[in-house]
Design a protein around this ligand. Sequence first.
Ligand SMILES: Cc1cc2nc3c(=O)[nH]c(=O)nc-3n(C[C@H](O)[C@H](O)[C@H](O)COP(=O)(O)OP(=O)(O)OC[C@H]3O[C@@H](n4cnc5c(N)ncnc54)[C@H](O)[C@@H]3O)c2cc1C
Length: 299
Amino acid sequence: MRDVIIVGGGPAGLNAALILGRCRRDVLLCDAGTPRNAVAARTWGVFTRDGTPPFEMRARAQADLARYGTVERREIAVTEARRDGTGFAVTLADGTVETTRKLILATGLHQALPSVDGFETYWGHGVHACPYCDGYENRDRALVVYAHGAAAKGMALELTVWSRDVTLCTDAHPTTLSAHDRARLERQGVAVIETAIRRLEGDGRQPDRIVFADGTERPCHAVFLMPMPCDPSELITQLGCDLTRKGVVPTGEYETTNVPGLFVAGDASRRVQFAVVAAAEGAMAAFAANTELLREDVA
Ligand SMILES: Cc1cc2nc3c(=O)[nH]c(=O)nc-3n(C[C@H](O)[C@H](O)[C@H](O)COP(=O)(O)OP(=O)(O)OC[C@H]3O[C@@H](n4cnc5c(N)ncnc54)[C@H](O)[C@@H]3O)c2cc1C
């Protein structure tokens, strides 16, 4: 039986493995190799690594792990996880079953893009999820906020931090904008367009305009999407983890969950979705897992 199995080798899983390797724990890290930010050319806002390509960051972290002989890293998906006595049993894609005392899920998150023609084409280089990650590189350009419902006003106002040329597009979805909200958006120079979007157009590398169903167009250098609900990993649902309405795990301090011995770190848990936060959550989960193992061993 392993001390800890970590599922997911992004910033959260890799940093968890690093801390646990330094605690000399017997760790298996399984990663399917499909990181959420694979489409992005660079990762911004990471201490000492600002602007590093995501795969370079992973390769560096993997090289760091090679120093720790008790950490085994496998490029393989985990297909099933269940409780097994006081620990867990996980099934890998090749049919192998591994058992562990503690389990850290760092599986990231999976969000579908709104079905607008062109969004898929420009995803990661013109269509973005997070202004903290990509707002600065698009500063002072024509920005479109794709948002509706209760998220619309806040998201549109947030983008004015990066540009004074912001258009809120609801794509004909209902919004909850009151007359007061509309006045506030207008005061901040945010245009509101509630017509359906036909497509996002550009030269294939960068969008330059958004075309509406009525044939009108608007300049658009980048689109920022409202947070979309996400599909939790099957492992999270198999283990009976609580979920928020947004489909992430409402972890406690140190990334604990409602399932004893199970930790969820990174984008799969509820906090802001930055690489450096995911890495920090991985470290906290590792700290907590190591502490629980120690307590059990000395009891
Ligand atoms: C387009 C885009 C650009 C971004 N840009 C930035 C940025 O500039 N700066 C920033 O701080 N953040 C950025 N982010 C957010 C950042 O990528 C995430 O916060 C971070 O990657 C989360 O790390 P994670 O370890 O939780 O998940 P991920 O990095 O998504 O890694 C999860 C890993 O788990 C693996 N996995 C999932 N299920 C299984 C399974 N069943 N078995 C085995 N492995 C599994 C996946 O294959 C994947 O490798 C960006 C996100 C996107 C989508």
